[in-house]
Design a protein around this ligand. Structure first.
Ligand code: ZN
Length: 496
């Protein structure tokens, strides 16, 4: 049990576990980043070899922390509680202590549930309070909890989850009364060019009313379901500042933070309406599921986004941007991960898609028959090198970027080394590729466009491969093929 003599060292031990977990999360995220950049069988093997150990070490920290919270609960000495919370929260916790102790006294166990789950829950809540976002939500929760109990129950495999203890009776009283404006959502998504991340950004600026349910005061107990397998490591898909999709994990106290958001919204009578959930036939908006998750993950003052900003983690894209490494999923599946990374790229900034598309387009142009447009009747050396580099196209993010850079370097070397016999077409190709940038969607679209324009007088009689060129480009090439004047510069003689 905690007493005045050991309380400081026990609080120190609690903090050491917290920091050890942060270190383990960083290790897992380094591996997940490597995998996101190099989605190969080799990196998935490394990931699957390391993650179970990392998860189990995290579980050890959690269990030690839960044990210390159990000791805290067993002590009724105010001085001990004060000293413990001040140390763990690294500040004068005079304002938070009565709230934490109130939650402790109102946390109950469902029948047959082991005590450890109660203390794990409280340990997660306390750790969240070390951060502005977590403390904000905890204060909000305690402001609406009233005399209700928090019933800790268990859930198999996945988790955690939280909500109302009697959902059948109380959920309808917890939903806001004004319906979702699906027409406005559809328009906003269209205005965001179908990009879910841009849609969410735009949504943040719209201040939508959330009319509280008048029956919210009748709501009874809340509940939290804790993972009973003790084998969970969540994997989310988020976006980096560079708009690339990244798989990442986050401490489980942030998952509890998320769940508490649902409880807060419910007790405020402002939960999302079940009737408003998007269904699979509602296209892209389905990925944002219900208004409740959108609010909780991306829009709320204390959203997951606010928390991940504070923890310097990527921003989770949407509710469905999640897979888990749990009891039922002993290892991450390479195929599923790759599909997920691709899927979230396509639903947001399409960086991977644009880079691969550009690479295929450069290859298509470089491997065309250049002989009619050269003086010697032979393919220019720089183009030969570029074609050779592109014989096998890379597929991973890192590989595609490396290949693009390689091609640009070759083009640059030729561009900076002019030849008196080089035709305008060849010069233009080197010039355009040398100027390409691959970092942002805007740069990639500009590169693609510049190449299309430079390419159009080439090989007009050959059919452009479908899918690589837009209809407009194909038309332009066909038109130039019908008009010999467009091609007046080819072939030509040196010095002309
Ligand atoms: Zn949720």
């Amino acid at each position: 049990m905690l007493d005045t003599k050991n309380v400081k060292s026990k609080a120190g031990e609690f903090l050491t576990c917290h920091q050890e977990e942060a270190k383990l999360i960083r290790q897992a995220n380094d591996l997940l980043t490597t995998y996101s950049n190099e989605a190969t069988s080799e990196s998935i093997e490394k990931l699957n070899a390391a993650l179970p150990k990392i998860r189990d070490k995290i579980t050890e920290q959690t269990d030690t922390q839960a044990g210390i919270i159990a000791e805290y609960a067993a002590s009724e000495v105010e001085e001990v509680h004060k000293s413990f919370l001040d140390t763990v929260l690294a500040k004068d916790a005079a304002g938070l202590r009565p709230l934490f102790d109130k939650l402790l006294s109102q946390t109950a166990l469902a029948e047959g549930v082991d005590e450890i789950f109660k203390y794990r829950f409280l340990s997660y809540v306390l750790q969240s309070c070390k951060f502005t976002t977590g403390e904000g939500r905890f204060r909000e929760l305690m402001g609406v909890l009233g005399d209700r109990q928090f019933v800790v129950d268990k859930i198999n495999y996945t988790g955690p989850k939280a909500g109302l203890a009697d959902p059948d009776t109380d959920n309808p009283k917890s939903e806001k009364t004004n319906p979702r404006d699906k027409v406005a959502d559809a328009k906003l998504l269209k205005d965001s060019s179908g990009n879910l991340a841009e849609f969410i950004k735009a949504k943040r600026v719209v201040n939508e009313p959330r009319t509280a349910n008048p029956k919210r005061t009748e709501i009874r107990n809340a509940t939290v379901l804790m993972d009973s397998s003790l084998k969970l490591l969540p994997v989310y898909y988020g976006l980096t500042g560079e708009k690339e999709v990244l798989a990442f994990t986050s401490p489980l106290f942030t998952a509890i933070h998320h769940e508490l958001g649902h409880v807060v919204n419910s007790l405020k009578g402002q939960g999302g309406r079940k009737a408003d959930k998007y269904m699979p036939d509602e296209a892209e908006l389905f990925w944002l599921t219900d208004q409740e998750e959108l609010q909780n993950i991306s829009l709320d003052q204390y959203s997951d986004k606010a928390f991940s900003d504070e923890l310097k983690l990527p921003e989770r894209i949407a509710h469905g941007a999640f897979t888990s490494f749990d009891y039922a999923t002993p290892e991450l599946n390479e195929q599923f991960l790759q599909q997920d990374l691709k899927k979230w790229d396509q639903k947001t900034y399409k960086l991977e898609e644009l880079r691969s598309g550009l690479l295929r387009k450069i290859k298509s142009v470089a491997s065309k028959d250049w002989r009619p447009y050269t003086v010697s009747g032979e393919k220019p050396t720089g183009l030969q090198k570029i074609s050779a580099v592109l014989t096998t196209l890379q597929t991973t993010r890192k590989g595609v970027l490396e290949q693009l850079a390689q091609v640009r370097n070759l083009a640059k070397a030729s561009h900076e080394n002019p030849s008196s016999t080089r035709t305008k077409t060849t010069s233009k190709f080197y010039e355009v590729v040398t100027a390409m940038k691959f970092g942002s969607p805007e740069d990639l679209i500009a590169a693609d466009d510049a190449l299309a324009r430079a390419w159009s007088p080439l090989s007009p009689s050959q059919d452009p491969e479908p899918g690589l060129f837009t209809e407009e480009e194909v038309e332009r090439v066909e038109a130039s093929g019908r008009n010999p004047n467009v091609l007046t510069e080819f072939p030509r003689l040196p010095g002309e």
